[in-house]
Design a protein. Structure first.
Lengths: 297, 511
């Protein structure tokens, strides 16, 4: 009998933070919210948020060659927890599902969703056999598909730090530096510090919000980024978690630059969860400032 | 001892894998029955749990059609390790014939005909374990095809696995997945078809919007010992028995095994007629359906064919259920009929009483409806003719036709009245119809007297002072028309009226 994966105390705190985001951001639709994500066969987040949810679209790939096992386990959990009626299972790799708009059996992804939880067990920077960053492309595609429906939603992304040193990250952070420099800020200094930091989560903290913010802005969506989180998950692996609230901004047909300023994203403190407690992380990174301003901690 | 061992070592198996194919595919040409088999198991487990714990509020059976899979879950008694081991066996069942809906131990293998894998996770009430059995049906059937005649035992053992894990003491459920439903069984994935099938065939409750739901349910519980219903949800939505519109109050019929009313009960029947008589518009919901332990056996045609020997169309003037109580009446494996035995013959013979009662009621209702219809028609015709006769507006040409029509209508009503008053009992509706028909027949007799008077008719030739030749021409023309329109007297009368009006307009001033 396949037993659901255990989760850490820290993971539960992350779940609570996400729960709080859902409650604050989507209060008007509570009870009928649509969920899309990777709840795993334990379905802990879905179980916790059940009273808020009207439907659940769960994606599960399963273990290669025994895909049915975890997929069945997920549905068995849904049944045991009284969630079977509202749960739909999409089978296969979530990146491919988001990119192709359907799962391995040809079931379409029923956009739009109110809550998207991309709770990856790995990182976001893996490259496929063609060298493409499939996960990044899949996230962009999801934001694009959601935008077609013009509805606000929350997006949660959890990932580990695998391949954070991919050239993609350094190039993107260089763009961030350029944008900050153009705005008359100390972009180069700050981004150099991020790139050379021994804390890989620092680079994640800039990359993921920048990706979501820029992608959504192009689609006339405003993005509000909540404090990025890092914590130790299973097997003591450092995980990062990001919470976004995306809202359509249809005042103009032409896209506008993100309403959330880049310096705000850079200067936003990261929080750390240790032993189930939230604390402000100290990554010892400089803040952005106007070139003529005095630096402050 | 040594001899025995030697014999067992060389023993040839008595059963081969092809039996799996035959029992699974061959037994279920209609793949929807496969789902019913799993619902039967869930139903039995749910009732077993209720009996074991004295809990009357049982939890729903849940069915989820999801992608290429069908999930069936119940919160019944569940199975322990030993039960799960035997779940793999073919034709083995610990259930008792007559006590549970399923008993042959074959239904659980029906999934082999529909899906690549059957996965069952279960936890028995009070047992701190949960067990899982995975049956690789595709592997099994592929192996049978590849090896032609592999021994049955080997196949069953090789392609099914049992595993066990700890669980809470109070957990009790069974959750089945028919994984990757095959192409020829895709009907199982259609929520509309499956929803309709479950509503009509499984022991779901009556719809609370059906006005007599509570009364019928209570009467069934009081009269049918093994009657029970369980909520079944399909994709999260509860299903209820369908019912047609415009139904009358329910009636009940006990059917005994002999003419003696003290004899054991053969069955118990409830039915509702159409509020105004006649067949229901919803053909698929009318007629009676046999039920055993509240699961349907056959469709509404089975009662019609087996119980109605004449006027079979009258079966559809009613809708209802015939709950078979006799434990010797056994549904066939696919539940499209009963096993052919003496008990079935007795059921069909004794059940004919229901058909007789319903046909007689339908006959009486038909009589009332015809009487009401004929009365209404006669009332309208008599009133029209009476007005015309009093105004002298009836053409002399139509004199015989009009009098014949009125006489015939009066006599028809009087015949129907005689037939009705000859009955021992009349319903209130029938009594009202009789009273009304009597009044109209009386008015018809009075009209005949009016029509006997010359001033009730006019002669257009006399009114317009036609000469003899014109009169003759008029007669010839109307004679031809009468012949041509002999099949439609009303139309002929209308034509005559129009001609007379036209002649009056054209020649009235000159005359």
């Amino acid at each position: 009998v396949k037993q659901p994966i255990a989760f850490t105390q820290n993971k539960q705190v992350v779940r609570d933070l996400q729960f709080d985001t859902v409650r604050r951001r989507l209060s008007a639709r509570i009870g009928s919210l649509t969920y899309f994500g990777l709840p795993s066969d334990g379905m802990q987040d879905v179980i916790q948020w059940d009273p808020f949810l009207g439907s659940v679209v769960a994606v599960e790939r399963g273990e290669s060659g025994r895909e049915w096992e975890v997929q069945y386990s997920l549905m068995a959990t849904a049944f045991e927890r009284g969630l079977l009626g509202k749960t739909t299972l999409l089978r296969g790799d979530i990146d491919l599902i988001m990119l192709n708009g359907q799962d391995v059996s040809g079931r379409a992804v029923p956009y739009p969703f109110d809550i998207v939880t991309l709770d990856y067990s790995g990182g976001v920077f893996y490259r496929d056999e063609h060298g493409a960053l499939a996960r990044i492309e899949a996230i962009k595609k999801l934001i694009e598909c959601q935008a077609k429906h013009g509805r606000d939603y929350v997006l949660f992304i959890s990932a580990n730090l695998d391949n954070v040193d991919d050239a993609e990250v350094s190039r993107t952070l260089a763009n961030v530096a350029t944008d900050l420099n153009r705005a008359g800020m100390n972009g180069s200094d700050v981004i150099d510090a991020y790139l050379s930091s021994k804390h890989q989560q620092a680079r994640m903290k800039l990359y993921v919000p920048y990706l979501v913010s820029q992608t959504s802005a192009r689609l006339n969506y405003g993005c509000e980024t909540e404090q990025a989180v890092f914590y130790r998950g299973n097997r003591d692996m450092i995980m990062t978690n990001f919470r976004f609230y995306l809202k359509p901004d249809l005042r103009t047909a032409a896209p506008r630059s993100p309403r959330e300023r880049l310096w705000q994203v850079v200067n936003a403190p990261m929080i750390e969860i240790r032993n189930g407690r939230i604390r402000r992380a100290s990554l010892r990174l400089p803040l952005t400032r106007r070139q003529n301003e005095t630096p402050h901690a | 001892m040594a001899k025995s061992s030697a014999r067992s070592a060389t023993r040839k198996p008595f059963a081969y894998g092809t039996i799996i194919e035959a029992l699974s595919s061959g037994l279920y040409p209609d793949k929807r029955h496969i789902l019913r088999e799993f619902i039967q198991n869930a139903f039995d487990a749910t009732l077993d749990f209720a009996k074991a714990t004295d809990i009357s509020q049982v939890k729903p059976i849940e069915i989820k059609l999801d992608g290429l899979s069908v999930f069936i879950g119940d919160r019944g008694l569940g199975m322990d390790r030993q039960d799960v081991e035997t779940y793999r066996y073919l034709g083995y069942s610990s259930k008792a014939r007559g006590t549970n809906v399923g008993f042959r131990g074959i239904g659980k293998s029906s999934g082999h005909a529909a899906a690549d894998k059957i996965i069952v996770r279960t936890s028995k009430f009070g047992d701190p374990h949960k067990c899982e059995v995975v049956i690789d049906a595709k592997g099994m059937l592929d192996e049978v095809a590849r090896l032609k005649n592999p021994p049955l035992d080997e196949i069953l053992e090789k392609f099914s696995k049992v595993s066990v894990a700890p669980a809470g003491n109070d957990e009790h459920y069974t959750f089945v997945e028919l994984h990757r439903v095959r192409g020829d069984a895709r009907v199982l994935l259609d929520p509309v078809v499956i929803g309709d099938y479950i509503k009509r065939n499984c022991p779901v409750p009556f719809d609370s919007s059906f006005a007599h739901a509570k009364a019928i349910d209570a009467t069934l519980r009081a009269n049918v010992a093994d009657y029970a219903s369980v909520e079944i949800q399909l994709n999260g939505n509860p299903l209820y028995k369908p019912y047609p519109k415009d139904y009358s109050s329910p009636e009940f019929e006990r059917i005994f095994t002999t003419d003696n009313e003290g004899a054991p009960l053969e069955g118990f029947c409830w039915y509702c007629g159409h509020v105004t008589g006649g067949q229901f518009d919803e053909k698929e919901d009318s007629g009676l359906v046999f039920r055993v332990k509240n699961f349907a056996v056959g469709d509404r045609q089975l009662t019609r064919k087996s119980l109605w020997k004449s006027t079979p169309e009258r079966a559809f003037w009613f809708f209802g259920e015939f709950h078979v109580v006799d434990p010797e009446v056994i549904p066939s494996s696919d539940r499209t009929d009963f096993e052919d035995n003496d008990a079935r013959s007795r059921l069909f013979v004794r059940g004919r009483r229901v058909a007789q009662v319903l046909s007689s009621r339908a006959g009486q209702e038909s009589e009332v409806r015809r009487l009401e219809l004929k009365t209404d028609e006669a009332r309208g015709a008599f009133s029209e003719k009476n007005t015309m006769a009093r105004g002298g507006e009836l053409s002399d040409v139509l004199r015989d036709d009009v009098r014949y029509d009125v006489r015939r209508a009066v006599e028809d009503l009087e015949t129907r009245l005689r037939r009705a008053t000859g009955r021992r009992e009349l319903s209130e509706r029938h009594k009202r119809a009789v009273a009304s028909a009597r009044t109209v027949a009386k008015s018809g007799r009075k009209l005949l007297k009016t029509l006997a008077r010359a001033e009730s008719f006019y002669d257009v030739g006399a009114v317009l002072h036609f000469n003899d030749q014109t009169r003759e021409a008029y007669r010839v023309i109307l004679g031809c028309l009468r012949e041509e329109l002999s099949g439609d007297a009303r139309f002929f009368a209308r034509v005559v009226r129009r001609i007379d009006e036209a002649l009056r307009r054209r020649f009235g001033a000159q005359s």
